[in-house]
Design a protein around this ligand. Structure first.
Ligand code: NAD
Length: 498
């Protein structure tokens, strides 16, 4: 690992406090940072270095307690951190930043390897990248990299404009677009499950797989993000980025080699093969929902439109379900169902692969449940496989049972830790390549337009449910249903029949 200077724009913000500094601290404790490095925090506020370090100390205190490290370890970590107050819109302020970076490089004898992390509002992404270049911060004798937070544009046009501006200062291979779903250990594990297990490799195709269900449900509502969310909605906030990334990860073909370049190439091929939607397809294959009032975990909660900061007549989608077809020989005829929603009965991110069931009814005249491979991503992490077996106590009646391989999620590193460590090492495998982002925006454009023109009904679902009934009907059209929703659990407690 090469010595470097880590420049964090937005160092006084919420993300820096909650995620980035704790992640850097954990990497430090685990000796996963370079042997020598400096961190330069950049914020608008005029803090003294001592004041800033006090706030960093607070943000790493939980991690420090969990890791049971003593105060000398915290102070050693803090000793590598400096702070500069910069108004990111003012070009002259960047000279002070450049001065601080050079001073760190001289003080700690660091090569000019510079990693810039933009943890600021998206309207500043291009402004900062431009000023980094104009100020000379980009002119290094070592490497330079740019980590950029989400959202990457709000439609295809704005994403293209942003990318063009970033590319004026950084090359594509220097840009690390964060999609924190790609930092989740189980999402990174998908590649190993598919490609390191010959038994799964052999059946990872339309001959054996009936359908794939990708779910990312939350119990929380809009919280305090209405200002952003009411103009974004679930399609922009979740589907264009995270859900399509999960789709690419689960549907990609075996790469020639397991490395960043080849994995990203295969992911891109998936997005290129996803069947485009015309307006009529959107009406047939997309369900739009918004939560109404309801009861969740014993508490009554208000409707989306009654949330603070939300327009009283808002048509924003807080739930989307989609049926997606991938037109390539491996997946032809296999529906991929995607859904994501807020104020859903239970928090769950998972992928369920339902295998074809040619035995149905033909095994000793008994119904058999399909085999399911369940990949739990959040909050639990692990893999389950549903298989059929005889229940000896019930005169050999067939019953589906699940074989569980759970991992202790509390021991796994946080997404931001893994992503930061990758970027520091120059590994871009789990960052979104521009082509993935562009193809994803292109694919959702007709859906965004159909939503904007209200061509798709907005179904109100009660908070605390599994979303609108129309989402279940979307699967029923092919004779399927969402696995593991409450009703399914009940159904599964007896012999499954469909
Ligand atoms: P925030 O509003 O809490 O922090 C913004 C930071 O930008 C602050 O450090 C502030 O000082 C700085 N800033 C604002 N205007 C400035 C200016 N003119 N000059 C210099 N600095 C300025 O925002 P956040 O929640 O930390 O989010 C940062 C980024 O991360 C955003 O792009 C957001 O979309 C993304 N993100 C945040 C979260 C989260 O949980 N907070 C999750 C995912 C993505």
């Amino acid at each position: 690992m090469k010595a470097m200077t880590f420049v964090l724009f937005g160092a006084t913000g919420d993300l820096a406090k909650r995620k980035i500094f704790p992640a850097l601290f954990n990497l430090y404790v685990d000796q996963k940072l370079p042997a020598s490095y400096a961190i330069v925090g950049v914020g608008r506020r005029t803090y003294t270095v001592a004041e800033f370090l006090r706030s960093v100390e607070q943000s790493v205190s939980d991690a420090a307690q969990r890791r049971e490290v003593d105060s000398s370890c915290i102070h050693a970590f803090l000793s590598t951190i400096r702070y500069v107050s910069v108004d990111v819109t003012q070009k002259d302020d960047y000279l002070a930043l450049l001065g601080q970076v050079i001073q760190c490089e001289q003080e700690w004898n660091l090569p000019q390897n510079r990693l810039f992390y933009l943890s600021v509002a998206p309207e500043f992404f291009d402004v900062i990248a431009g000023h980094i270049k104009a100020s000379g911060l980009c002119e290094t004798t070592g490497w330079k990299r740019l980590i950029i937070e989400k959202p990457f544009g709000r439609d295809l046009q704005s994403a293209e404009a942003l990318n063009e501006k970033l590319c004026a200062s950084f090359a594509e291979e220097e840009i690390y677009r964060i999609d924190h779903y790609l930092g989740k250990p189980m999402v990174r594990n998908l590649e190993a499950i598919e490609f390191a297990n010959p038994i799964f490799q052999a059946i990872w195709n339309n001959k054996y797989i009936a359908n794939v269900q990708i779910t990312a449900n939350e119990t929380v509502g809009v919280e305090d993000r209405a200002g952003y969310y009411d103009h974004a909605g679930a399609l922009r906030d979740m589907v264009q980025n995270h859900m399509l990334q999960l789709l690419m990860m689960i549907a990609m073909h075996l790469p020639n080699r397991i490395n960043a370049k080849e994995i990203r190439k295969e992911k891109r091929k998936v997005m290129e093969a996803v069947r485009p939607m015309e307006t009529e397809d959107v009406m047939r294959s997309v369900v739009r929902g918004q939560y109404g009032a309801g009861n969740l975990q014993g508490h009554s909660v208000v409707s989306y439109r009654d949330e603070p900061g939300v327009e009283a007549d808002s048509m924003t989608d807080t739930f989307v379900a989609l049926r997606v077809w991938i037109d390539d020989p491996l997946w032809s005829g296999v529906p991929f169902y995607i859904r994501t929603g807020k104020r859903i009965k239970e928090k769950s991110t998972k992928i369920i692969i339902e295998f074809k069931n040619p035995l149905e009814g033909s095994y000793r005249n008994q119904q058999t449940a399909p085999n399911l491979l369940i990949l739990n991503i959040n909050p639990e992490e692990g893999i389950s496989l549903q298989v059929n077996q005889k229940n000896a106590a019930e005169r050999g009646k067939l019953e589906p049972v699940t074989v569980d391989f759970s991992t202790d999620a509390s021991q796994a590193p946080e997404a931001y830790e893994l992503l930061l460590s990758d970027a520091i090492q120059g590994d871009s495998t789990y960052f979104a390549h521009w082509m993935e982002v562009k193809l994803a925006w292109k694919w959702v454009t007709p859906i965004l337009e159909a939503f904007a023109q209200n061509q798709v009904p907005l179904h109100v679902y009660p908070a605390g449910s599994y979303g609108p009934q129309e989402s279940a009907e979307l699967l029923m059209e092919q004779g399927f249903s969402w696995w593991q929703d409450e009703e399914r659990e009940r159904e599964m407690s007896g012999v499954h029949s469909r």
